[in-house]
Write a protein that binds this ligand. Structure first.
Ligand code: TA6
Length: 297
């Protein structure tokens, strides 16, 4: 049975055995299994049974999008989004199942939809724009593709951010390196948004890390897990997303109620998005962006 649906979520199961699980709440991907292993991090303390329009799911691939008040550089505050949650409204909204598009030996593709009318009232009134979002999830034996389409259904242009806040599961953060972000300027949220550039060809993580790499011209990265033979490494491709966020809370995780004290050792977020400036979308136009994650099996 390639598709299992209940009130909370959809599970898609590809003929190779790979699978993905998507909660309607936030269209959050909470699991992606391939090659017999879970590839995304979801805290064991996640409160998936307490989703209520106030809390978000921490882990998996939450979508930070549509008017997120996210990571706005202090010099460019946005009054329009000041009262919105950091990662926007779509993450707190219950999306609709739009069905399966493709189901063959190669791929399984399904769609989820959100219109402004589905956004919780308290959030909608803070940002009362008219929009349609489509989230497209494609699963193959070794890849997971996510595409977000944003359509402006109003009569005026609006601005938004989009972010694929992907939490990768890693066996040991001390062995992880991320390749493809060298020579790119980043603002460091841990250092009050001071700006730096790394010349090293890979980033390693040994402390709290929260960086916004700006205008990243390369569209492909390697998340090297430091395993013998490069097995289980991830390649990440992004499209139409100019920035990339790298985050690990390190021991700050100990003060987060839905994050295990030591779990920061087993996760890293590498998040393609457009967050340093708003995408301006004209009335009646559609924007598309996405990512493809691939595992070296
Ligand atoms: O995307 C990076 C970031 O905004 C960090 O600054 C940190 O606040 C984190 O995300 C929070 O993620 P969460 O999944 O807990 O909302």
């Amino acid at each position: 049975m390639p598709i299992q649906i209940n009130e909370e979520k959809v599970s898609l199961i590809h003929s190779s055995g790979s699978s993905v699980e998507v909660y309607f709440y936030g269209a959050t991907i909470t699991s992606w299994r391939c090659g017999g292993k879970e590839r995304l991090f979801l805290s064991k303390d996640s409160k998936l049974d307490e989703l209520d329009g106030i809390k978000e799911i921490h882990g998996g691939i939450p979508l930070g999008n549509i008017n997120i008040n996210l990571l706005t550089i202090p010099s460019e505050p946005s009054a329009e989004t000041a009262n919105l949650p950091q990662h926007g409204t779509a993450r707190f909204s219950t999306w609709k199942w739009l069905g399966v598009d493709v189901d063959n030996d190669e791929e399984l593709t399904a769609r989820f939809g959100l219109t402004d009318a589905q956004v919780p009232e308290n959030l909608h009134k803070e940002w009362p724009k008219k929009f349609d979002l489509i989230f497209i999830v494609t699963l193959t034996a070794d890849t997971l593709k996510n595409i977000l389409e944003v359509r402006n259904k109003g009569t005026e242009p609006f601005g938004f951010n989009a972010l694929f806040h992907t939490y990768y599961s890693v066996p040991d953060i001390s062995k992880v390196s991320i390749k493809g972000l060298n020579d790119i300027t980043y603002s460091d949220k841990v250092k009050n948004f001071a700006r730096f550039k790394d010349v090293k060809d890979s980033i390693t993580i040994d402390q709290e890390t929260d960086r916004i790499y700006e205008n990243v011209p390369r569209d492909e990265f390697l998340i090297d897990l430091g395993q013998p033979g490069g097995v289980d490494n991830f390649t990440l491709k992004k499209f139409n997303l100019k920035d990339t966020v790298v985050w690990n809370p390190w021991i700050k995780a100990r003060s987060m109620s839905d994050f295990g004290d030591e779990e920061y050792k087993n996760m890293v977020c590498v998040e393609p998005g457009t967050v340093t400036e708003y995408v301006k979308l004209e009335a009646d136009k559609t924007w598309k962006g996405g990512q493809i994650l691939k595992v070296q099996l």
